[in-house]
Ligand binder design. Structure first.
Ligand SMILES: *Cc1c(COP(=O)(O)O)cnc(C)c1O
Length: 372
């Protein structure tokens, strides 16, 4: 019965409905493609969802991290603490401003930075902790903010995957000096390419809005160029596309949560470590990520799933093991970052998206449970 025509099953697929498409078309017809009202409208929506005081929409999630670092004047000679397991962009932006990424191992299960190992990495050069809310689960922000406060460090949350994630009632992107979101098609809502920077103060917000727009102070007339800025603007049709999808966020989360519950109760645990969510944390389930008992099992399982037209992929990188970082810093990766290395070499992201059905998840579980 499982062979009914439900495959192929893909890791994820963006889901744009007719209303989303019309939102883009109407901006295209208006002629205001950039710097119209849709970007401000999206920023308002992000503020009202997250409770952030200020937001700036930008051209992608990497640009938003880059802007946050530049706004805090982090550069050569400075160190930024980041998790060893993330998407590579988390480390690349630190390199891009000329600072040094200092990697900390993660915890298996939550896949987030191991907060008990942060303090030993803090030096006189440390300027910032940049935790990642990996796969949509908030890092332990209470402990990170405590450490940052006691050592006088900035905090930038890489919340690329975590729009809508919470600890208690507080939303991802509102704990640190800056929050950074991505609107890439692999995230919960998408503009194709896009990102958002959230912050608490008018001063930092103005800095971001200045830097994203060639260094022009917002509202200045005649234009006042107060920074050597970037062009990191988002277009208005992209902003409208995201605002439209945000109507569906509550139902996207409800749907994904039901699929995750099904995965958690159906998947075998003899060869898989399943993800865990600490009490009081609300996961936004950008990715459902498991860890196989060893590398060889992971490789064979990917092949087995592919044979059944189920297409899965690795979830994130052990960044210190990637060529650029390995060459530059000569890490002993398995010894220094054992959990990040295990999550990378044995980890697997299983299909999860707004369009995936519970029948499809049951089928994926059935195939995995037949794996020998
Ligand atoms: C997706 C992602 C980014 C990069 O976002 P882009 O919009 O693709 O530039 C950065 N950090 C993490 C953790 C991500 O998952």
């Amino acid at each position: 019965m499982a062979e009914k025509a439900i495959n192929p099953i893909f890791l994820s697929r963006p889901n744009l409905d007719e209303v989303d498409i019309q939102a883009v078309v109407s901006v295209l017809k208006s002629g205001n493609l950039v710097q119209g009202k849709e970007v401000a409208n999206l920023e308002e929506k992000i503020n009202s969802l997250t409770g952030s005081a200020f937001s700036s929409a930008v051209s992608n999630g990497t640009a938003s991290l880059h802007l946050a670092l530049v706004a805090l004047e982090i550069g050569p000679g400075d160190e930024v603490i980041i998790p060893a397991f993330s998407y590579i962009a988390t480390a690349n932006v630190v390199e891009l401003v000329g600072a040094t990424p200092v990697f900390v191992d993660i915890e298996l299960g939550t896949f987030n930075i191991n907060v008990s190992q942060i303090e030993e990495k803090i030096t006189s050069k440390t300027k910032c902790i940049m935790p990642v809310h990996e796969f949509g689960l908030c890092a332990n922000m209470e402990e990170i903010i405590r450490l940052a406060t006691s050592h006088g460090l900035y905090v930038i949350e890489d919340a690329a995957c975590a729009i809508g994630a919470r600890i208690g009632d507080q939303y991802a992107g509102t704990f640190g000096d800056f929050g950074s979101f991505s609107l890439h098609p692999r995230k919960s809502v998408t503009s194709g390419e896009g990102g958002v920077v959230t912050t608490k103060t008018k001063e930092l917000d103005e800095k971001i809005k200045t830097l994203r727009n060639h260094g022009i102070r917002p509202g200045s007339f005649p234009m006042d160029f107060v920074e050597a800025g970037f062009n990191y603007r988002l277009t208005d049709f992209q902003a409208a596309l995201v605002s439209s999808q945000m109507r569906r966020l509550p139902s996207i989360f409800r749907h994904k949560e039901a699929l995750v519950d099904l995965y958690l109760k159906s998947l075998r645990t003899d060869i898989l470590l399943l993800p865990s969510v600490p009490d009081g944390f609300t996961h936004s389930w950008q990715t459902f990520h498991v860890v196989c008992k060893d590398h060889e099992t992971r490789e064979r399982l990917i092949g087995w799933l592919k044979e059944h037209q189920i297409f899965c992929n690795y979830g994130a990188q052990c960044i210190p093991a990637m060529s650029f970082y390995l060459k530059k810093y000569q890490f002993d990766v398995k010894q220094q970052f054992p959990s990040a290395y295990e999550a990378y070499s044995c980890g697997l992201a299983l299909p999860l998206s707004e369009t995936l059905t519970s029948e499809e998840v049951s089928y994926v579980c059935e195939i995995i449970n037949q794996f020998k």
